[in-house]
Design a protein around this ligand. Structure first.
Ligand code: ATP
Ligand code: MG
Length: 731
C-alpha cells in the first residue's frame, strides 16, 4: 500500500492534498463530490493512472465512463502521456452508449441478435414509428410518432418493458401498444436504438447470471465522470457490475446536473450511498479554473437553489476582471456586441480558440453566425447542424428555390414528397424517365406527364397537386416579398403541422423556421435572387471556417466539462433561460439555474453575460420587450463591471427613438383586442386536439392562452393569433 506521504511520486505531481487523498485511496466504493473546476476530471484521470502504475491493475480490468466521446479521447490522450500509449489502449474508456454497444456486440447471441446488429439512429427510429402508427391505424396527428418515441425513450431509461408500461390514461395505453410493436419491428430488423443499448445491457446484467459474472470478472474497477447525469439504466449497469468487487469510483457535482430531460437522475448519488454504505467520500475545494470574481458570481447564482449540499470553493486567482453584463437592443445588436468584443480581445492577445459563445437553444446561433461572418471572425458550431444546413431550413429553402427556379432538380427531389404526400420512388422513376426522354428538368417532365395522363390514381393526384402548388408560387414570387412567399409556402405545405410534432426537437425545428422567417422579414426589399445568393454564401463561408483557429459556438448543454479563457453567455432572458417550457415547474427552473451555473463556471478569465431588449426569435418583432433572466437579479453588484443602476439608465436613454421597423405580420392587432378565450372554455386546436382554457391574458397586444390538452400533451401557452382554436360547446 502506498502511503499518503509519498508526495514525490510523479503521478501525484500537480495535485493538491485533497486531490492526492482521492487519487490514492484504497480500493472500494468512492465518491468525489465537488464543485466545477476543482479537478474532478483530473483526479479521475490520475486515479486510473495510479491504479495502473501502483495498484497492479491491468488496463484490461478497467471500465472508465465519460459523458462524451470527446472527453474520452482527451482522457485517453492524457493517460497516454502519463503512462505510455500501450496501457491506455487496452482499457474500455468511452461513453455508456459506446461501452454498452461493444459489450452487446459480443453478447448479441444472448439477446437473439446477430453480432452485426444495426443501431437505429433518430431518423431510422422515426421511420419505424411512423410505420407502427400506420399499422395500428392511429391518427398520426393525435398520436405523433415523436411524442410516442419520447415516451418510449423515457420508459427505456427506467428499464420499463412494454408489458410493464404503466397505463393510467388512454394515451398511455396507446404508448404501451406502440412500444411493443416498435420493439418487435426493431428486432425483426436485427436492430437496437440508442436507448436499447443501455436497457439491454442493464437487463442482461440483471437477468443473466452468466453474463454478469463474466463482466464482473472482466471489469474489476469501474470509474465514472459526471455521475450526476446518469440515468436509472446506467445506474443499474454500474450497480450490477460493482456488486461483488465494489470498486466503483465516481465523481459528481449535483449542481451541474442538467440532463434530467433525458432521464438523468441526480438522486443516483443518494442511491449510491444506500447501495454502497461503505462509500468513502472526498471533497475538493480549490477551483483551478476561474478567477475569484467569476467564482463569486457563479456561487451567488447557485446558492439560490434549495436542496443542495453547500460547497465551499476558493481560488488562488484573486480578483480578476469583473463580469460584463450587457443589455443589447435586439439579438442582432447582441451578436454584434459579441463580435466586436471578440475583435477587441483578439487585439489584446487572445486567440480565437480562447473564446466560446454559449446559448440556451440552437436557434439562437443564427444571429451570432451572421454577425461573425460579417465581421470576418472564424467560428465553429458544436453539437448542432449549422443553421442553414438544418433539415427544416433546407426544406423551406427547397420550396423557395423551386419557386425561384423550377428547373432546380436537387430542390425538386428534396421537397417533392415533403411533407409526405404519397409520391413514391416508382412515380418518381416515371418522372425521371420522362425528363430523360424530353431532356428537361423534373418539374417540366412532371407537367408534360400530367398533360397527357387522364387517369387520376392516387400518385397522379398527388403529383398534380404538387405541380399546381409550385406553379402558384412561381406566379406569386413576382408580387410578394420573400417573407410573403415563405408564409405562403408554409401555409400551402402545412409545414408547421409536419415539423412541430410536440417533441422538443420538433419545437426547436419550428423555432428555427420562425428564426429564418424573422431574418427575411428584417429586409422586406431584398429580392428573391439576392436572398438565395446570400444564403448560399453563408454555407460557403461555413465550410472554410472548419479549418482555422476559431471561436466556439455551443449550447449550454454541450458546454459541460469544458473550459475557455473567455466565455460569452447570450440570450439571458425570461423564456430562454429559464426556457419557457420550464417556467411552470420550480424543479425545472432549478435545472435551468444549474445550466446557467454550468455556463458561468466554464470561464477562466473573462465572463460576459448578455441579453436583448427585444428578440425576434419567434418570428415577431412586435412582441413585448423581453425581460432579463430572473437569475441575473441574484448577481451582486460587486462582481459586475458597471453597477447595474447606472448602466440601465445609460442604455435606456439611447432607446428613446427606437429604430426598429414595424412588423409586416398581418395577424398584428391594430388596437388592444378583446380577449377571445375565457377560463374553463373547451377548445379544439388543429394539432393538439381538444383542450380546456386555464387562463387567457393580454401580453402587450397579443392574447396569450394557457390551455390544458389531453392525450398526455399537457399545458401549452399559445398566442391566439398564431393558433386559432375552435370553441367547443360546454359539457
Ligand atoms: P467540471 O466540474 O467543470 O467538470 P472538474 O472538477 O472536472 O470541472 P477539471 O476539469 O478536472 O475540473 O479541472 C479544472 C482545471 O483545473 C483544469 O484545467 C485542470 O487541469 C486544472 N487543475 C485541476 N487540478 C489542478 C491542480 N492541482 N493544479 C493545477 N491545475 C489544476
Ligand atoms: Mg470535469
Amino acid at each position: 500500500m502506498v502511503s499518503m506521504a509519498d508526495n514525490t511520486h510523479p503521478l501525484l505531481h500537480g495535485l493538491n492534498d485533497q486531490q492526492r487523498a482521492a487519487v490514492t485511496t484504497s480500493v472500494g466504493p468512492a465518491l468525489v463530490l465537488a464543485g466545477p473546476g476543482s479537478g474532478k476530471t483530473r483526479v479521475l484521470t490520475h486515479r486510473i493512472a495510479w491504479m495502473l502504475a501502483e495498484m497492479h491493475v491491468s488496463p484490461w480490468q478497467i471500465l472508465a465512463v465519460t459523458f462524451t466521446n470527446k472527453a474520452a479521447r482527451e482522457m485517453n490522450h492524457r493517460l497516454g502521456t502519463m503512462l505510455g500509449d500501450a496501457s491506455a489502449r487496452a482499457m474500455m474508456l468511452g461513453t455508456f452508449h459506446a461501452a454498452c454497444a461493444r459489450i452487446l456486440r459480443r453478447e448479441a447471441m444472448r439477446l437473439g441478435l446477430s453480432p452485426d446488429f444495426l443501431i437505429f439512429d433518430t431518423d431510422d427510429q422515426l421511420t419505424v414509428m411512423k410505420q407502427v402508427v400506420a399499422d395500428m391505424g392511429l391518427d398520426d396527428k393525435r398520436y405523433r410518432p415523436h411524442a410516442l418515441l419520447n415516451a418510449i425513450s423515457s420508459a427505456k431509461n427506467e428499464l420499463i418493458l412494454p408489458a410493464d408500461y404503466p397505463v393510467r390514461t388512454y394515451f398511455d395505453e396507446i404508448v404501451a401498444r406502440a412500444y411493443a410493436q416498435y420493439q418487435q419491428t426493431l428486432r425483426k430488423n436485427d436492430g437496437l436504438d440508442f436507448d436499447d443499448l443501455l436497457m439491454e445491457a442493464a437487463r442482461m446484467f440483471q437477468t443473466d447470471p452468466e453474463a454478469v459474472h463474466q463482466y464482473r470478472d472482466r471489469f474489476q474497477h469501474i470509474l465514472v465522470d459526471e455521475f450526476q447525469d446518469t440515468n436509472i439504466a446506467q445506474y443499474v449497469i454500474l450497480k450490477q457490475l460493482a456488486a461483488d468487487h465494489r470498486s466503483l469510483y465516481v465523481v459528481a457535482d449535483e449542481d451541474q446536473s442538467i440532463y434530467s430531460w433525458r432521464g438523468a437522475d441526480y438522486r443516483n448519488i443518494l442511491r449510491l450511498r444506500q447501495d454502497f454504505p461503505e462509500l468513502v467520500e472526498f471533497l475538493l475545494e480549490e477551483n483551478y479554473r476561474s478567477t475569484q470574481v467569476i467564482l463569486d458570481g457563479a456561487q451567488a447564482i447557485i446558492a439560490q437553489n434549495a436542496d443542495r449540499t453547500p460547497k465551499h470553493l476558493f481560488t488562488e486567482k484573486k480578483g480578476g476582471q469583473p463580469l460584463t453584463l450587457h443589455e443589447a437592443y435586439d439579438e442582432q445588436e447582441e451578436a454584434d456586441f459579441v463580435a466586436k468584443e471578440t475583435l477587441r480581445l483578439l487585439r489584446s492577445g487572445h486567440t480565437h480558440g480562447d473564446i466560446a459563445v454559449m446559448y440556451r437553444t440552437n436557434a439562437q446561433s443564427r444571429a451570432l453566425e451572421e454577425s461573425f461572418i460579417r465581421h470576418n471572425i472564424p467560428y465553429r458550431l458544436i453539437g448542432a447542424t449549422r443553421f442553414y444546413s438544418r433539415k427544416e431550413i433546407k426544406d423551406v429553402l427547397g420550396f423557395v428555390r423551386l419557386a425561384h427556379n423550377p428547373d432546380d432538380d436537387v430542390s425538386f427531389m428534396r421537397v417533392v414528397n415533403v411533407p409526405p404526400r404519397g409520391i413514391g420512388s416508382r412515380t418518381l422513376t416515371n418522372v425521371a424517365t420522362e425528363a430523360q426522354r424530353l431532356g428537361s428538368s423534373l418539374y417540366r417532365a412532371l407537367l408534360s406527364l400530367l398533360e397527357c395522363k387522364s387517369s387520376a390514381g392516387r400518385a397522379e393526384r398527388a403529383l398534380s397537386a404538387f405541380a399546381t402548388m409550385v406553379a402558384q408560387w412561381i406566379a406569386l414570387r413576382q408580387e410578394v416579398s420573400v417573407a410573403g412567399l415563405i408564409d405562403r409556402v408554409l401555409a400551402d405545405t402545412d409545414y408547421e403541422m409536419f415539423i412541430r410534432d410536440g417533441s422538443d426537437q420538433g419545437e426547436s425545428r419550428w423555432e428555427n423556421v420562425l428564426a429564418l422567417r424573422a431574418v427575411v422579414a428584417e429586409e422586406p426589399d431584398v429580392s428573391l435572387t439576392d436572398f438565395l445568393t446570400d444564403v448560399a454564401l453563408v454555407a460557403d463561408v461555413d465550410e472554410l471556417s472548419e479549418e482555422v483557429d476559431a471561436v466556439t459556438l455551443l449550447t449550454l448543454h454541450s458546454a459541460k466539462g469544458l473550459e475557455y479563457p473567455v466565455v460569452f453567455l447570450t440570450g439571458l432572458e425570461e423564456g430562454l433561460l429559464p426556457h419557457s417550457r420550464s417556467m411552470e415547474s420550480p424543479v425545472e427552473v432549478a435545472e435551468e439555474r444549474r445550466l446557467l451555473y454550468v455556463g458561468m463556471t466554464r470561464a477562466e478569465q473573462r465572463l460576459y453575460l448578455t441579453y436583448a431588449f427585444r428578440r425576434s426569435w419567434r418570428g415577431f418583432r412586435d412582441s413585448e420587450p423581453s425581460l432579463p433572466s430572473r437569475f441575473l437579479e441574484d448577481l451582486p453588484d460587486s462582481v459586475l463591471k458597471q453597477p447595474r443602476n447606472q448602466r440601465r439608465q445609460a442604455t435606456k436613454s439611447s432607446w428613446a427613438t427606437p429604430s426598429w421597423r414595424a412588423p409586416s405580420r398581418k395577424t398584428e392587432a391594430p388596437t388592444r383586442p378583446e380577449l377571445q378565450y375565457r377560463t374553463g372554455q373547451r377548445v379544439m386546436h388543429a394539432f393538439y386536439g381538444e383542450g380546456m382554457v386555464l387562463e387567457s391574458e393580454l401580453e402587450g397586444r397579443q392574447e396569450m392562452v394557457t390551455v390544458l390538452f389531453g392525450n398526455g400533451i399537457g399545458v401549452k401557452k399559445l398566442l391566439s393569433s398564431m393558433a386559432p382554436m375552435e370553441l367547443l360547446p360546454q359539457h
